[in-house]
Design a protein around this ligand. Structure first.
Ligand code: ADP
Ligand code: ASP
Ligand code: MG
Length: 411
């Protein structure tokens, strides 16, 4: 007998028919003699709808009340799945985030799970009940409801698997695994049998939304066996694994894109010590997460331009913070552009091979795609380009690194 955590995403939970399909999948594991806890997302589109209500009510909604609203989508699906399981003859009950509880930090809307109390749920599972737990929800130390950031149900599942010392954590979604890039953009994307935690972490952090970044971080730290697989087919999925010797090592494991960043340029900033701190200090104080940063070398008159990216949703706030800091920074002008996208290539093979960045720049240049900023890490190269070229750039890079599989329909 194994103890399994199964997580089902929004598309898998969208409506009664699909919830029945999920219940049937859970039944298979129960019938095989396993102890099962299920983590569910809200129905597809539901969290967006709830976020929309909060924005309509007030653009500056109290984050604690925002969480009360947006956490509700998962309450509904958790109850519905428990009902569907019971109607198929299984013993099941739902456990809301506050009932376990799933303790989190108090960073509302982006809370981190700190601890999950498992005594009650373990007793229930030992009695043969399927435990259904809503993803995305947490409880702060002041007993207020929190949520874990968009896509956070993945993290709920991995955290629950770690807390329950589960043998595996299966993430069921609307694709049948982790691909070399988003299969919805590149039909020739190839499914990976295995991907290292490190590569998955980097891919998630640069935009591959198939797993939330924190879920991969946690799986890596807690050594949770994670598999990504389809809710709709029975094909084998992708295992997220430790790097090992006999792994077939591609130079690049995958290509990802992120349309959620905006570019800001401060023109003619004085080139003196402290100026960069004067820019990024106030942004950090306002909890704005700056990503790519480019500072040119000073021109003759002792000024330079500084370009960086911030989350698109925080662009207005960023411009406001920078306008207030104008006196301390001393720039001539602020420019901003929200129609940019970041394209990244990721692979552990980069550590030992040169030329990955050069291949990227050449492939984009051949298509006339201009690069506006570049950042690199040990296993990643990212470039900022105009948003209109995202899909083209992803396809071109996928081909340039030899990642293309057969076109759909070939075999
Ligand atoms: P869920 O609702 O199940 O959590 P998500 O929409 O959050 O599902 O994540 C699954 C989606 O991630 C897929 O539909 C796919 O479009 C996208 N995706 C992006 N990059 C990749 C990738 N490299 N491999 C697989 N899917 C990816
Ligand atoms: N329902 C939440 C969201 O849409 C959490 C999740 O699905 O993972 O972001
Ligand atoms: Mg998701």
């Amino acid at each position: 007998m194994a103890r399994i955590v199964m997580k089902f995403g929004g598309t898998s939970m969208a409506g009664t028919e699909r919830i029945r399909g999920v219940a049937a999948r859970v039944k298979r594991e129960v019938d095989a003699g396993n102890q099962v806890a299920v983590v569910v997302s809200a129905m597809a589109g539901e969290t967006d709808r709830l976020v929309g209500f909060c924005r309509e009510a007030s653009p500056l909604a109290d984050p604690r009340e925002y969480d009360v609203v947006v956490a509700a989508g998962e309450q509904i699906t958790a109850g519905l799945l428990a009902i569907a399981l019971q109607s198929m003859g299984m013993k099941a009950r739902s456990w809301l985030g506050w009932q376990l509880p799933i303790r989190s930090s108090s960073a509302h809307s982006v809370a981190r799970i700190e601890d999950i109390e498992t005594d009650a749920i373990l007793e229930s599972m030992a009695r043969g009940e399927v435990a259904v737990v809503p993803g995305f929800q947490g409880l702060a130390s002041d007993n207020r409801i929190t949520t874990l950031g968009r896509g956070g149900s993945d993290t709920s599942a991995v955290a629950l698997a770690a807390a329950l010392k589960a043998d595996q954590c299966d993430i069921y979604t609307d694709v049948d695994g982790v691909y070399t890039t988003d299969p919805r953009i590149v039909p020739r994307a190839r499914k990976l049998d295995r991907i290292t935690y490190e590569e998955m972490l980097e891919l998630a952090s640069v935009g591959a939304k198939v797993l939330q970044t924190r879920s991969v971080e946690l799986a890596m730290k807690e050594k949770v066996r994670v598999q990504v697989l389809s809710s709709f087919t029975d094909t084998p999925g992708t295992f997220v694994v430790d790097e090992d010797e006999d792994m077939e090592r591609e130079l690049v494991a995958g290509v990802a894109y992120d349309k959620n960043e905006a570019k800001v340029t401060l023109v003619r900033v004085p080139d003196r010590p402290g100026v960069v701190a004067a820019i990024f200090g106030p942004l950090a104080d306002a909890n704005i997460n700056v990503d790519m940063i480019v500072q040119n070398i000073a021109k003759e008159e002792g000024t330079t331009d500084v370009t960086f990216t911030v989350p698109k949703t925080q662009l207005p706030q960023s411009l406001d913070v920078l306008a207030k800091a104008h006196g301390a920074i001393g720039y001539a002008q602020i420019l901003s552009d929200a129609s940019v996208a970041k394209i990244s290539v990721v692979g552990v093979g980069m550590r030992s091979h040169a030329g990955v960045a050069a291949t990227m720049f050449r492939a984009l240049a051949d298509r006339g795609i201009n690069i506006q900023a570049i950042t690199t890490s040990e296993i990643k190269v990212s470039v900022l380009i105009s948003e209109e070229y995202v899909e083209l750039a992803v396809r071109v890079l996928h081909t340039a690194y030899g990642l293309d599989g057969p076109a759909k329909g070939d075999s």
